[in-house]
Design a protein around this ligand. Structure first.
Ligand code: KG4
Ligand code: ZN
Length: 336
């Protein structure tokens, strides 16, 4: 079974072909990605209307590219999958519209995928895939969640952010430090030259006893420091970046360990854009190694949004029998 997957929930257009043989992890045949980062940079953030228009321009050429590289024709595609949500409504509609039009034209069934399930399952495409059950730490621009994952489609939420997401905390702090968009990678790069202990920033909900997160207060603390430093900010920017990153990472690592402890599970999967963060990876690896626990990540190139994770999630859902593709082509999207 060959699944063509389309991702268009935000500012990356992703298309991929995944092949499943009925057993084992489906194989990635090819994937292609176009990032709109350069286009949105001038505005300091994603402009939804521009994002939608660019998805329209990119999606079919990317699909042609993927098919050519996989040595596959459109006629060989068995299922067309797309991101149904969450994300920007207009951007989602482009991927859903194209997927359903392709399905109708090819007389092949279509399947809408939850974007976060794509992130969550993406480590299965790595050279060191996890085994069920595991804890998942989902850390993206819009979400911060800890889940207990028993199998495909069997997810239990253990905790989540009550305000900003971890990626949002990175992005908003980066903006306060005068760094460009997207802020997470920029802040992380600057942090490498700074002292993570230079500023004592809050670790919200660290000792709350539950597995929820809160990052809004951290952003306020960064703003207070920025205002206090005033003209001295430039000289201390790397230190403040490093201290901000350290605060976010400490909370993510401690809560992840607490989730592992409580569940008695031995494995954790980290997915979503913030999963690319080097400090998070180093600290979680060290803490888990000490306790004999395993950590799994997606390949670095599949940490942020991509089509491969959408095609994979669709293939795994179909293979596990938790969902059926449908041969009706009316579509809607779920932005929230
Ligand atoms: O998963 P993703 O690509 O999109 C969403 O579904 O939100 O995640 C994007 C988020 C952004 O907030 C971005 O700043 C953050 O992931 N991010 C990082 C890094 N790379 C991406 N945050 C910290 N360190 C990084 N290296
Ligand atoms: Zn995402």
């Amino acid at each position: 079974m060959i699944v063509l997957g389309i991702e268009s929930s935000c500012d990356e257009t992703g298309v991929a072909l995944v092949e499943s043989t009925g057993t084992g992890v489906p194989v990635l045949r090819a994937h292609a990605l176009h990032s709109q980062v350069d286009m949105h940079q001038a505005y300091g953030g994603v402009v939804p209307e521009l994002a939608s228009r660019d998805h329209i321009r990119r999606v079919l050429p990317l699909a042609e590219d993927v098919l050519a590289r996989a040595g596959c024709t459109l006629g060989e595609v068995d299922v067309v999958a797309y991101t149904r949500g969450p994300g920007l409504a207009g951007a989602l509609l482009v991927g859903a519209g194209v997927a359903c039009a392709l399905g109708a034209a090819l007389r092949k069934p279509v399947l809408g995928v939850h974007h976060l399930e794509g992130h969550l399952l993406s480590p299965f495409l790595s050279s060191d895939p996890p085994q069920f059950p595991f804890i998942a730490l989902l850390v993206s621009g819009g979400h911060t969640q800890l889940m207990q994952v028993e199998g495909v489609g069997d997810y239990r939420m253990l905790g989540e952010t009550i305000d900003d997401a971890a990626g949002e905390a990175f992005d908003k702090s980066a903006k306060l430090l005068g760094l460009g968009y997207p802020g997470g990678p920029a802040l992380s790069r600057l942090a490498e030259q700074g002292d993570p202990a230079a500023f004592r920033l809050p670790r919200p909900l660290l000792h709350s006893g539950d597995l929820d997160f809160s990052f809004a207060g951290l952003k306020t603390a960064v703003l207070t420091q920025v205002n206090k430093l005033a003209d001295a900010l430039q000289a201390r920017r790397a230190d403040l970046a490093a201290s901000t990153e350290a605060a976010i990472v400490e909370v993510l690592v401690k809560k992840s360990l607490a989730a592992l402890d409580r569940s008695g599970l031995q494995r954790i999967v980290v997915a979503g854009g913030v999963g690319a963060n080097r400090r998070l990876r180093a600290q979680l690896d060290a803490a888990c190694a000490k306790r004999g626990l395993r950590v799994h990540y997606p390949e670095l190139s599949l940490c942020t949004d991509n089509g491969a994770m959408i095609a994979l999630a669709a293939a795994m859902r179909l293979q596990a029998g938790v969902q059926q593709a449908r041969a009706s082509y009316a579509f809607d999207v779920k932005p929230r």
